[in-house]
Write a protein that binds this ligand. Structure first.
Ligand SMILES: Nc1ncnc2c1ncn2[C@@H]1O[C@H](COP(=O)(O)OP(=O)(O)OP(=O)(O)O)[C@@H](O)[C@H]1O
Ligand SMILES: [Mg+2]
Length: 234
């Protein structure tokens, strides 16, 4: 479904990503893990067209997309839930969800998809008329995911969905990620929380200062030295 080939990204003279290659097959949950500054967010931003690579190729469902606009990429069914949530403050929960459908015209199906988001996250329905800025951090995370789901993604990019959440919320968010996947959405997940991410992932890649240093099946990777290094400073 997604192939990233020899991707290199610079910020000015700094090479943030160095010839990174990986792939995501339809139906999988793939996780990218790595320490702060390893380049995880940069990879997601490059896939969704927000950052331009200096070299390499990104193929999504047989289209080469590294020169496509973010809008065209969303239109192809690729949605990005950015780091740090980014809900639209000053707008209600419902209005935020409707923003997720800005490229869709099928009003009735949009209603049904918003209803599905409320089934996944009942708290959002209770808060639907509330200004999104007044939601708790965990609720904002749910809203950001809900908004992405309303765009009907085939591939969902999630940038650290558990950041800053209490253990109970983390468990809930991961259960929902799994459920979204089981209902047919492929997922590329970035996480600090390597143990939980590798638990639900089909496969994972470990990123160290812009390079992939290890990859493998989710649970095997947890034992690897690269993961220990990234998270435990070993
Ligand atoms: N717009 C930018 N301009 C210059 N350097 C940047 C920019 N964005 C990111 N970087 C640098 O690129 C490197 C990779 O950053 P990135 O945000 O991709 O890391 P990350 O793996 O997502 O880290 P974290 O876990 O802390 O979110 C870092 O050294 C960062 O300082
Ligand atoms: Mg990041």
């Amino acid at each position: 479904m997604l192939q990233v080939k020899n991707l290199t990204v610079h910020y000015g003279v700094i090479e943030a990503i160095k010839e990174v290659s990986f792939e995501v097959n339809e139906g999988e949950i793939v996780t990218l893990i790595g320490a702060n500054g390893a380049g995880k967010t940069t990879i997601l931003k490059t896939i969704s067209g927000l950052v331009r690579p200096t070299a390499g190729e990104i193929v999504y469902q047989e289209d080469i997309i590294q020169k496509a606009t973010p809008r065209a990429i969303v239109q192809k069914g690729l949605s990005h839930v950015p780091e740090g949530r980014h809900v639209f403050s000053g707008m209600s929960v419902m209005e935020n969800l409707e923003m997720g459908a800005f490229l869709r015209r099928d009003k009735k199906a949009i209603r049904q998809d918003i209803k599905k988001v409320f089934d996944l996250f009942p708290i959002l329905e209770e808060r639907k008329d509330q200004d999104s800025a007044t939601l708790s951090g965990g609720e904002q995370q749910m809203l950001a995911m809900g908004r992405a789901l309303v765009s009907k993604p085939k591939l969902l990019l999630l940038d650290e969905p558990s950041m800053g959440l209490a253990p109970l919320f983390i468990e809930q968010i991961f259960r929902i990620i799994k459920k979204i996947n089981e209902e047919g959405t492929t997922i590329l997940l970035i996480e600090q929380n390597a143990a939980v991410a590798l638990e639900i992932a089909t496969k994972g890649y470990v990123l160290e200062t812009g390079r992939i240093v290890e990859s493998g099946a989710g649970k095997d990777l947890l034992q690897s030295e690269a993961v220990q290094r990234a998270y435990l400073g070993a």
